[in-house]
Ligand binder design. Structure first.
Ligand code: SAM
Length: 273
């Protein structure tokens, strides 16, 4: 079992760098993930990782420790209803509202390995061909460089494409390459993947029409969650929509973000200025 001193040190390092809060009871998770990391780095175990991180740390090692503690669980069209709401209500509304500027922007704010932004890109391509002549930005950011790299590559395993992706979409938007499925180049070009920590300033992210910030705030404590929700609301266009995970509470959202239901989807609309 990891020692209390090691648990305190690593959980504080992870919390201060990423916001991920590892409460008591998460000792086993921390220990197993960091044991694996120390093995990959050729170290003898958590003791050595602790000494290196504490007395001889590089930013790279810190990033690797944080990355080891992220949970990258995701799948295509996760929860379905948000994508149905995009198709039936939100994009049609934005098409009308933004017909003068002919631009629309989306942000997957903790995109993991890309299934979420690719689901947005497929929804657009499949149902709104007219948007292909608009300026459409899909930003996809995550703290994990490895996850972002995988998203950028657009290469998925059979297990990954079996999760959430309708077979018609698989056939239409993916090409089989050996044991993997490569996503269509046109979809890839619609998305700008990059590493970004939600605790840091949102550089290059502004005037967003639709934000997906799902299943990431659950890892943060309430003050951190509130601060991030306020920052997100600031970079949204008036009239824009925010999706949280289906089971996530909106506590901390500014009062001018109003709850809206579209069928079984729940989202938060930024009131007009
Ligand atoms: C469970 S996944 C959710 C992925 C996707 N949004 C979905 O709903 O399927 C959570 C993601 O949040 C990322 N994450 C954790 N802390 C973060 C932070 N401070 N800034 C940006 N991303 C973070 C993790 O790397 C992980 O990929």
């Amino acid at each position: 079992m990891i020692s209390p001193e090691h648990f305190r040190f690593f959980s504080e390092l992870v919390r201060s760098s990423s916001g991920i809060s590892l409460q008591k009871g998460k000792e086993y998770l921390l220990e197993s993930r960091l044991n694996e990391l120390s093995r990959v780095l050729g170290m003898r175990g958590i003791d050595e990782l602790y000494r290196k991180a504490k007395f001889n740390s590089s930013p790279r090692l810190k990033d690797q420790i944080v990355e080891a503690m992220t949970t990258n669980e995701t799948y295509f069209f996760r929860d379905q209803h948000p994508f149905q709401a995009l198709k039936d209500h939100i994009i049609p509304e934005l098409l009308d509202k933004k017909k003068d500027t002919r631009s629309m922007s989306f942000w997957s704010a903790a995109c993991s390995t890309g299934q979420e932004p690719y689901s947005i890109a497929m929804t657009i391509t499949e149902h709104f061909p007219e948007l292909l002549n608009w300026r459409v930005d899909i930003h996809a950011t995550d703290i994990s460089q490895a996850a972002v790299n995988k998203g950028k590559e657009g290469r998925f395993t059979q297990v990954e494409v079996n999760r959430g992706l309708p077979v018609t979409m698989l056939v239409k938007y993916f090409k089989q390459q050996g044991a993997f499925w490569m996503i269509d180049e046109k979809l890839k070009r619609m998305i700008r993947f990059r590493k970004m920590n939600l605790l840091t300033p949102f550089i290059g992210i502004n005037r967003i029409d639709v934000v997906f910030c799902r299943y990431v705030l659950i890892y943060f404590d309430q003050p951190t969650k509130k601060a991030i929700l306020e920052k997100i609301a600031k970079v949204m266009n008036p009239g824009g929509y925010l999706f949280l995970g289906a089971t996530e509470s909106p506590a901390g959202l500014p009062p001018w973000m109003k709850r809206v239901n579209f069928g079984r989807a729940v989202c938060w609309k930024k009131e007009q200025d």
